[in-house]
Design a protein around this ligand. Structure first.
Ligand SMILES: C[S@@+](CC[C@H](N)C(=O)[O-])C[C@H]1O[C@@H](n2cnc3c(N)ncnc32)[C@H](O)[C@@H]1O
Length: 324
């Protein structure tokens, strides 16, 4: 069980009383629910994890590292590997846990490398990572000096993967809460840096998403936004008629210029496009730890510049901006 009291204390200090009133109920609603078929199995995978201790923790490396291979007898290592595999598929990483290398679907470290030298240093900052997946980037943010990192993600498997990793790491000011951004209270205005990476195109209303992100930031705070974009000029946006790269839940893919104009309209200042990178089949691929189809299966067999639906293949932009 994670002790959330240190999180509440920091939020109270930051005057987020309204959220602290809501949070215990929000967390209990999810974890005490019997509605989710597999949740209790995942919880027992984590609860029955043998007590493993290590002083080896490395958060500023490509793979988040906890423990080393020779910290564990072979039998314990095999058991840990089995428990990790019970939480398949592992999409975001990589991790190296007591010598077990979790080669995840995504090389999420590549995204981190693209942005880490452009953001305001995270030292002593309160950070929110919206749609944080299993929390891989939250660990990297903590490793970059953040005072506290709060990730939110509504997908419970992600939250359980985080909880397993955190149990191996031990107490730390990093939390992944089982919430969507729409469940945060209005007018939060508490975080110094807010990340939204890979989320905007999943939202039916991208403008509302940008306003929600702004609402989480202190005045002057920094937004780090990463999303799918298309080539094109001001005003150009792709709204797929149906699926995009086989995903059902993809809505708006703006051109970079359009995205910048949306941010301006939402009141952001100092807007900087820092990176545009096409996603490669080396960055997103099937592995032993994510055995389902991946990017290569979602692209056109004849033309890898197109998705299998004939739309522009995934290209991602990173934009940094400040709350006014
Ligand atoms: C493409 S993944 C990106 C993960 C990570 N941020 C990254 O960049 O590697 C999108 C994540 O957003 C989460 N998500 C979807 N709807 C959300 C919402 N309403 N609020 C917060 N997160 C959401 C999904 O569960 C998923 O983990």
């Amino acid at each position: 069980m994670i002790d959330y009291q240190p999180l509440y204390n920091i939020l109270l200090d930051a005057k987020a009383d309204a959220w602290v009133k809501l949070l215990p109920g929000q967390i209990a609603n999810v974890f005490n629910s019997t509605k989710h078929g597999t949740l209790s199995q995942w919880q027992s995978v984590i609860e029955n994890l043998p007590k493993l201790t290590t002083t080896h923790r490395l958060l500023d490396a490509d793979a988040v590292q906890i423990g080393q291979s020779d910290n564990l007898p072979e039998a314990d290592k095999m058991e840990l590997e089995q428990r990790l595999k019970a939480l398949h598929p592992w999409r975001k990483g990589p991790y190296n846990l007591f010598g077990i290398k979790i080669d995840t679907e995504w090389r999420s470290d590549w995204k981190w490398d693209r942005l880490k030298n452009h953001i305001t240093p995270l030292n002593h900052r309160l950070v929110l990572d919206v749609g944080c997946g299993n929390g891989y980037h939250c660990w990297r943010m903590l490793g970059a000096g953040a005072k506290m990192v709060v990730g939110i993600d509504p997908l419970l498997l992600n939250v359980m993967q985080f909880q397993l990793v955190r149990k191996l790491y031990g107490e730390a000011p990093v939390y992944v809460l089982p919430l969507g951004i729409e469940e945060l209270p209005y007018g939060l205005k508490v975080f110094d840096t807010v990340f939204s990476m890979g989320v905007l195109y999943h939202r039916r209303s991208p403008i509302d998403h940008l306003m929600e992100l702004r609402d989480c930031l202190k005045p002057g705070g920094e937004l780090v936004l990463e999303t799918l974009v298309i080539d094109g000029g001001l005003g150009e946006v792709l709204l797929p008629e149906d699926r995009y790269a086989k995903m059902r839940n993809v809505w708006f893919l703006p051109s970079c210029e359009t995205l910048v104009s949306w941010l301006k309209r939402c009141g952001f200042k100092n807007i900087r496009l820092i990176d545009v990178t096409p996603t490669s089949i080396e960055e997103q691929r099937s592995t032993e730890w994510m055995q389902f189809h991946s990017l290569k299966d979602f692209l056109s067999a004849e033309n890898p510049q197109l998705t299998c639906e004939g739309l522009p293949a995934p290209k991602r932009a990173i934009i940094i901006a400040n709350n006014a």
